[in-house]
Design a protein around this ligand. Structure first.
Ligand SMILES: [Zn+2]
Length: 309
């Protein structure tokens, strides 16, 4: 295997229409569809095919769109915000739920997803990267092969998001201790973060900078960052730490403009796309496009020829 390869995973959280001014999500399904197509096109011009983590509730309106994108090489996985998916008005995210409650909710999500999309998703990302020590076991039991559950370093109590000591590179998940590698047949590929400095967000949580173009929160809460510098710091970590599989995972939402370069999200995405190859090359690495399932398969091929701990 060529160890100079760094797999680039562009992703999108595809949210239902925002129910309030503070919730994530587009203003309408038409806007959401436009953002999704723009993201696919802008990435496609550079040879990248994204992974979309889709709220199954969108299936009734947008299944056709996603199946078309899937035919064009994109991957479709499942995204659930427990707060947007609960049937009893409970507003907690996934990490607040017991194993039985998580299983019931995810099964309901799978049923809805399969009904609209006519296939079973193999990868998952929870809303707000919210999880607890039951989550990986439940996902494995339901047949998921891998996903994007963690955001290393983020501690956001209100969202049940606690990843203060999370393993930052791809690994088999742990059935008992979510933050550490283990031996479940579920491959976690964490969101890429720049671990050179911890920050405190205006919303009150601790975190490291990541590459999200335009951020994911309301504009008044956006903390300015230099996306080129964050990218370089992430690449430097990969070069220094030499994980088994080098990945750069970038997340966006379906409520940002990625095409109009007068808009911050489009500018940030352009900065990332323009700098990926030269920054990687400066550290002796080559960027290779991958969807989540492609990266999971490559990880397994590499991991399974090495002794496991
Ligand atoms: Zn989300």
């Amino acid at each position: 295997m060529d160890d100079s390869r760094a797999y680039i995973l562009f992703t999108m959280d595809v949210e239902i229409v925002a129910g309030s001014a503070t919730a994530s999500g587009p203003d309408s399904n038409a806007e959401g569809a436009q953002r999704i197509r723009e993201y696919m096109e802008v990435l496609g011009e550079r040879g990248f095919t994204p992974t979309f983590f889709v709220d199954p509730q969108l299936g009734s309106e947008q299944a056709e769109l996603f199946l078309e994108l899937r035919d064009a090489g994109a991957e479709i996985g499942m995204h659930i915000h427990a707060a947007k998916f609960s049937q009893d008005g409970r507003t907690d995210e996934l990490g607040a739920l017991t194993a039985a409650e998580q299983k019931a909710m995810l099964m309901r999500g799978l049923e809805l997803f399969e009904r609209h999309f006519q296939f079973r998703p193999r990868i998952f990302r929870p809303g707000c990267f919210s999880a607890n020590d039951h989550t990986y076991g439940v996902l494995t039991e339901l047949g998921f092969e891998g996903g994007s559950i963690s955001i290393p370093g983020r501690v956001w109590m209100e969202r049940y998001c606690e990843w203060s000591a999370a393993e930052p590179h791809p690994h088999y998940a742990n059935a008992a201790m979510r933050q550490y590698p283990g031996s479940l047949p579920f491959v976690e590929i964490p969101l890429s973060v720049d671990r050179s400095q911890k920050h405190r967000h205006p919303l009150g949580f601790e975190y490291y900078f990541d590459l999200r173009p335009g951020d994911v929160y309301q504009s008044e809460n956006v903390v300015p960052r230099d996306h080129r510098q964050v990218l370089e710091n992430i690449v430097r970590q990969l070069a220094e730490e030499q994980p088994l599989l080098k990945t750069i995972v970038i997340d966006v939402h379906n409520d940002r403009d990625f095409r109009d370069l007068s808009q911050a999200p489009a500018q940030h995405l352009r900065t990332i796309l323009d700098n990926l190859a030269p920054v990687l090359a400066a550290y002796g690495l080559n960027g290779v496009n991958a969807t989540y399932t492609e990266a999971i398969r490559i990880f397994k091929a590499k991991a399974d020829v090495r002794p496991r701990f």
